[in-house]
Ligand binder design. Structure first.
Ligand SMILES: [Zn+2]
Length: 202
């Protein structure tokens, strides 16, 4: 399996394109980035997996689905976050964005297959109600739940500081310490590094 990182959208979210043989999965979709489409040439994008519904992670969903026929999956609890994303963009002065929609819901423990690879969905509420992480081949895609040295903000709608602490400490910190963490913004990290240096979780 191959991982390519694309920094995309209005506030520089990380979108990750995972490819295995001729199939692919995109984790978060902040914009229809030409570089991502180019990378998909000759491959089938099976799924767009959303870590959560915040606008900066979902604004490319409708356009990308139109171009690739990928199925868009989100946790049901984050549908309200996704539904408000178009109106939030209006407040940023960006017009004409249709509300992003999902094709199906994803839940804790679900397994997503593409190529010869399996992705496990892990529910990690706190940054939002329906926040999800995705584990594949010893790599964790953490969305805005866990960042290098910190965690996602909890002061937006649906945020809950106690829950994010529980998600990180009781779920993510139980993963193998050598797990590489690909975050929703900024650099990657590891579970081992976060156990030692995370400023929020102690
Ligand atoms: Zn977010």
């Amino acid at each position: 399996m191959n991982i390519k990182t694309f920094i995309a959208g209005p506030i520089e979210a990380n979108n990750y394109l995972l490819t295995d043989n001729d199939e692919a999965v995109l984790i978060d979709c902040s914009e229809v980035k030409p570089e991502i489409l180019k990378e998909l040439d000759g491959k089938k994008l099976k799924y767009i997996l959303l870590t959560h519904g915040h606008f900066d992670h979902v604004l490319g969903v409708n356009g990308m689905r139109e171009k690739t026929k990928a199925k868009v999956l989100i946790n049901k609890n984050d549908v309200p976050r996704m539904e408000e994303s178009a109106s939030i963009m209006k407040t940023f002065g960006i017009q004409g964005i249709k509300t992003p929609t999902a094709d199906n819901f994803i839940n804790d423990g679900d397994i997503i297959k593409f190529g010869n690879t399996e992705i496990k969905a892990i529910s990690t509420p706190g940054h939002t109600e329906g926040g999800m992480c995705y584990l594949v081949d010893g790599k964790l895609f953490s969305g805005d739940t866990l960042f290098k040295g910190t965690v996602g903000r909890c002061d937006l709608a649906g945020g809950d500081f106690k829950k994010i602490c529980r998600s990180v400490k009781d779920i993510l910190f139980k993963l193998d310490e050598n797990t590489t963490v690909y975050t929703g913004h900024g650099p990657e990290t590891t579970i081992k590094y976060e156990k030692m240096y995370n400023e929020i979780i102690s």
